[in-house]
Design a protein around this ligand. Structure first.
Ligand SMILES: CC(C)(COP(=O)(O)OP(=O)(O)OC[C@H]1O[C@@H](n2cnc3c(N)ncnc32)[C@H](O)[C@@H]1OP(=O)(O)O)[C@@H](O)C(=O)NCCC(=O)NCCS
Length: 185
């Protein structure tokens, strides 16, 4: 793995140049959706609260965004506080060398520092294996009501992945349906 420097930055700590370089990384990693990251826009849906970034020199080569929010277990609760993780990206030139795994380890350490009980990711089926390899657990048979990056409400049957942070996974609510009332990170 290339030598990288890790940082964790709150959203208001990053200036326009930092967002522009993150937007460039996200455009490379999400090539089919690169238009979303035009004009130095380093987010697609909700802006993260904080970002875990690996840089090789000055250049970002890996990134994940985190936002703290409550998911509602349906129909009757409880609400569960999560660190909602998204915009997980490794520079295509670095794929397959363990950078993504290292990124997710940094994410979990950050979630622990934040003192949130759990990490949460809703991902595509094509990357479920990546999260599993990084120690995340798929919630079996769970669907999530969410607001997508186009502001549409939809029910996502895709993999909902969790990771213990401040609490053991045994404390995760047993519900089969959750609502995330904020936009996807
Ligand atoms: C998904 C992504 C972050 C993986 O980064 P990476 O640096 O190539 O991953 P690593 O090399 O650290 O791989 C870690 C493990 O995950 C596995 N893995 C990586 N990508 C995978 C995938 N798409 N599906 C299944 N397993 C995968 C690797 O085989 C490896 O497992 P192993 O150590 O048991 O061999 C990277 O491919 C990427 O940025 N993709 C585009 C953006 C994206 O899809 N992000 C996720 C959105 S939810």
């Amino acid at each position: 793995m290339t030598d990288v420097t890790w940082s964790v930055s709150w959203e208001t700590e990053l200036d326009d140049a930092a967002h522009a370089s993150l937007a460039a990384l996200l455009g490379r990693a999400y090539a089919a959706q690169s238009v979303r990251f035009g004009d130095g826009r380093s987010w697609a849906g909700a802006r993260p609260e904080l970002r875990v970034i690996a840089r090789a020199g000055e250049t970002p080569v890996a990134h994940a965004g985190i936002i703290r929010r409550f998911l509602r277990a349906l129909p009757d609760g409880p609400d569960v506080l999560v660190g909602d993780v998204g915009l997980v990206a490794v520079d295509p030139g670095q794929h397959g060398h363990g950078v993504g795994r290292a990124l997710m380890a940094q994410v979990v350490a950050t979630l622990v520092d934040l003192d949130v009980p759990f990490g949460f990711v809703s991902c595509g089926p094509d990357v479920e294996g990546f999260y599993r390899a990084a120690g995340w657990t798929r919630l079996p048979g769970v669907t999530v009501h969410l607001i997508d990056t186009h502001h549409r409400t939809r029910v996502d049957p895709g993999p909902a992945m969790v990771h213990a942070a401040g609490r053991s996974l045994s404390a995760w609510p047993a519900a089969r349906m959750f609502a995330r009332d904020g936009q996807l990170v």
